[in-house]
Ligand binder design. Structure first.
Ligand code: HEC
Ligand code: HEC
Length: 220
C-alpha cells in the first residue's frame, strides 16, 4: 500500500539522518510570546498567551502542536518557504535559541476544546470521508494516512489537524495550491491540496476543525 509507505520512507529518512535537536526552554519562550522578536508584534497579540489562536482571523492554534514542527515552521517563514506578510515580520529577528524556546512554550500549552463551526451534516460527512478514507477516484489519499489516526499528527513531520481552526486549514490548503507555501517534504502536501475541489477543501476543513485534539507526544 503506497499510502502508508510514504510515511515509513520519510520517517526512516529522518531517523537515519540522526539529527540531535537542541532543547528549548519554555519559560524563556514565554518572554518571547509576551515581548515578540524586538521588531514585530508579540505572538500573544494573535496566537494568545495560551496559543489558542482565532478562527475568524485565521490565526492558527499553536497549543499542543509538536515542538519540532513549530520550530520548523518559524525557520520556514524566515527562509521564504512559507510566505505570509502577516506572520513573517514577527519572527525574522528571533535567534535559533529563541525559536526553540517559543516552540517549547507553545507545544506545552494545553489544547483548547474544539469548536463546531458548521452544522451542515452533509458537508461534515464529506469531510469525514476525505479525512478517514480519501477519494481514490481522484487519487486523494486519506488525510489520516499521513497525519495519523484521527489526524492527531505523527512526529514533527505530519502536524495534528484535529481541532485546528477551519479557516486556517482552508487557508493553508489554498496556500499550497497557489504556491505560497512550499515547505512540505517531497511535496507530499502539494500533491494532495492541488487535487481537492473547493467543496472538498471546505468540507475537510470544517470536519477536522470540529474534532477534539490531543497534545502532540513530547509536547508536555
Ligand atoms: C499579527 C499576527 C501574528 C503575530 C503577532 C504572530 N503570528 Fe504567527 N501566525 C499568524 C498567521 C496569520 C499565521 C498563518 C500564516 C500563514 O498563512 O502561513 C501564523 C502562523 C504561525 C505558525 C505556523 C503554525 C502552523 O500550524 O504551521 C507559527 C509556528 C507561528 N505563527 C508562530 C508565531 C510566533 C512564535 C510569534 C511571535 C514571535 C508569532 N507567530 C506572531 C499571525 C501572527
Ligand atoms: C502524503 C502525505 C500527506 C497526506 C495524505 C496529507 N498530508 Fe497534510 N501535510 C503533510 C505534510 C508532510 C505536512 C507538513 C508540511 C510542513 O513541513 O510544513 C502537512 C501539513 C498539512 C497542513 C498544515 C497544518 C499546519 O498546522 O499548518 C494542513 C492544513 C494539511 N496538511 C491538511 C491535509 C488534509 C486536509 C489532508 C487530506 C485531504 C492531508 N493534509 C493529507 C502530508 C500529507
Amino acid at each position: 500500500m503506497w499510502k502508508s509507505n510514504w510515511r515509513l520512507t520519510l520517517a526512516g529518512a529522518l531517523l537515519a539522518s540522526g539529527v540531535v535537536q537542541a532543547q528549548g526552554v519554555a519559560a524563556d519562550g514565554q518572554k518571547v510570546v509576551m515581548q515578540g522578536d524586538g521588531s514585530g508584534a508579540p505572538c500573544l497579540a494573535c496566537h494568545g498567551l495560551d496559543g489558542a489562536g482565532n478562527n475568524a482571523a485565521g490565526f492558527p492554534r499553536l497549543a499542543g502542536l509538536n515542538v519540532d514542527y513549530l520550530a520548523k515552521q518559524i525557520r520556514d517563514y524566515n527562509a521564504g518557504l512559507r510566505v505570509s506578510p502577516i506572520m513573517q515580520p514577527n519572527v525574522d529577528n528571533l535567534s535559533e535559541q529563541q525559536i526553540l524556546d517559543v516552540a517549547a512554550y507553545y507545544a506545552q500549552q494545553p489544547v483548547p476544546a474544539a469548536a463546531t463551526v458548521s452544522d451542515d451534516a452533509e458537508l461534515l460527512a464529506l469531510g469525514e470521508k476525505l479525512a478517514t478514507r480519501g477519494d481514490w477516484n481522484h487519487y486523494i489519499p486519506a488525510c489520516e494516512s499521513c497525519h495519523g489516526p484521527d489526524s492527531q499528527g505523527v512526529s514533527a513531520t505530519f502536524p495534528g489537524l484535529a481541532g485546528q481552526h477551519p479557516n486556517y486549514i482552508k487557508q493553508q490548503l489554498n496556500a499550497w495550491r497557489s504556491g505560497q507555501r512550499h515547505n512540505d517534504p517531497n511535496q507530499l502536501m502539494t500533491g494532495v491540496a492541488e487535487r481537492l475541489t473547493e467543496q472538498q477543501v471546505e468540507a475537510v476543513s470544517m470536519y477536522l476543525g470540529a474534532q477534539p485534539a490531543v497534545a502532540a507526544e513530547g509536547g508536555q
